[in-house]
Design a protein around this ligand. Structure first.
Ligand code: XMP
Length: 318
């Protein structure tokens, strides 16, 4: 029967048998569970011949880049942090269409990642934290019928650098990835982190993305996510986040009329992200978060809660 310990032992052996004794492997780290677990597996198999690259796209959660990079270094991983926020903001300037934003983010990621990867001399492999549901989703994305959403990947790098692909988590579901991460002693804060989309806050800012909107959203999102932790609710939901809507609404503060932005809170329960139900969060908690956001984030004067399930809604709004 399947156990995470067996999986680790056999995958480490398989990686050691597949990857040549002097080969270097490049891996893009995102701070998510999947790429982090892939990194720990590869680290166990080949140590510092794994070269991790963690790109800050400027669309991560508040303080996420610094804190996750720190965790990676504590784990002994050979990882390089690259702050490319300004490049991403420049690429996104003036783009409002969701697929347009995904493409701009994906293209910029490939550019930055390529530059960094090419600095790793003697790299033979590109590792990816692809898990089973990604395999299925990308089939439907690439299928002839319709483009649902273009998940960004690593573009033409494998051909250009003549890299072979290694995907150690390709057969696993999310809960299995977490069990493997646990067996590898991935710290709790990364292991139980909610899924977070590659394009990050870029697809949670409806309409065009500016550094100012990113700042507003990061602060509101931080209040929501920390609130979930404070109330012991974080691990009861599959995923949560805040959407910054391209809408202003009238409010009142003291004697003043305000005309500011609206955010929507989104939290869902799910087993695999393919279907999801809106999380029935306690009213007391929603009241707490709403007050805190409105009081602390100038520029937001209204908070709504999304009560749509998937399908027919999706988890993200874009
Ligand atoms: P939806 O919104 O399609 O999301 O219900 C399902 C899961 O996928 C994540 N998601 C993405 N992840 N690139 C990603 O890497 C994307 O473009 C993307 N769009 C959605 C979403 O956060 C959820 O976990």
């Amino acid at each position: 029967s399947w156990t995470p310990e067996h999986f680790v032992d056999s995958m480490v052996l398989a990686l050691q048998n597949t990857i040549g004794p002097d080969d270097k492997v490049i891996l893009g780290l995102s701070g998510g569970v999947d790429s982090s677990v892939a990194a720990l597996l590869l680290h166990r198999a080949i140590g510092p011949r794994l070269h991790g690259i963690f790109v800050n796209n400027g669309l991560l959660r508040k303080d996420e880049f610094e804190s996750v990079l720190h965790s990676y270094k504590d784990l002994g991983l050979n990882v390089r942090g690259v702050d490319a926020s300004q490049e991403f903001y420049a690429a996104l300037a003036g783009i409002s269409d969701p697929e347009g934003k995904r493409k701009a983010i994906g293209r910029t990621f490939v550019e930055i990642f390529d530059q960094e990867a090419q600095k790793v001399e003697g790299a033979r492999w590109l590792a990816q934290g692809t898990i089973y549901p990604d395999v299925i989703e990308s089939v439907s994305v690439k299928g002839p019928a319709v483009t649902i959403k273009s998940h960004h990947n690593v573009g033409g790098l494998p051909e250009k650098m003549n890299l072979k692909i290694v995907e150690p988590l390709r057969a696993l579901f999310k809960d299995e990835v977490r069990q493997v991460g646990d067996a590898l002693e991935l710290p709790h804060n990364i292991l139980h982190r909610h899924p977070f989309p590659g394009p990050g806050l870029g697809i949670r800012i409806l309409g065009d993305v500016t550094p100012h909107k990113v700042d507003l959203l990061q602060r509101a999102d931080d209040i929501f996510i920390n609130g979930l932790r404070e109330f012991g609710l974080y691990e009861q939901v599959w995923q949560a986040g805040v959407m910054l809507l391209p809408i202003q609404s009238v409010g009142v503060m003291g004697d003043e009329r305000t005309y500011e932005q609206v955010v929507a809170l989104r939290a869902v329960t799910s087993v695999d992200g393919m279907t999801a139900d809106w999380a029935h969060l306690p009213y007391d908690f929603l009241a707490y978060v709403s007050n805190k956001i409105i009081n602390q984030v100038r520029g937001i004067n209204r908070v709504v809660y999304d009560i749509s399930s998937k399908p027919p809604a999706t988890i993200e709004w874009e």
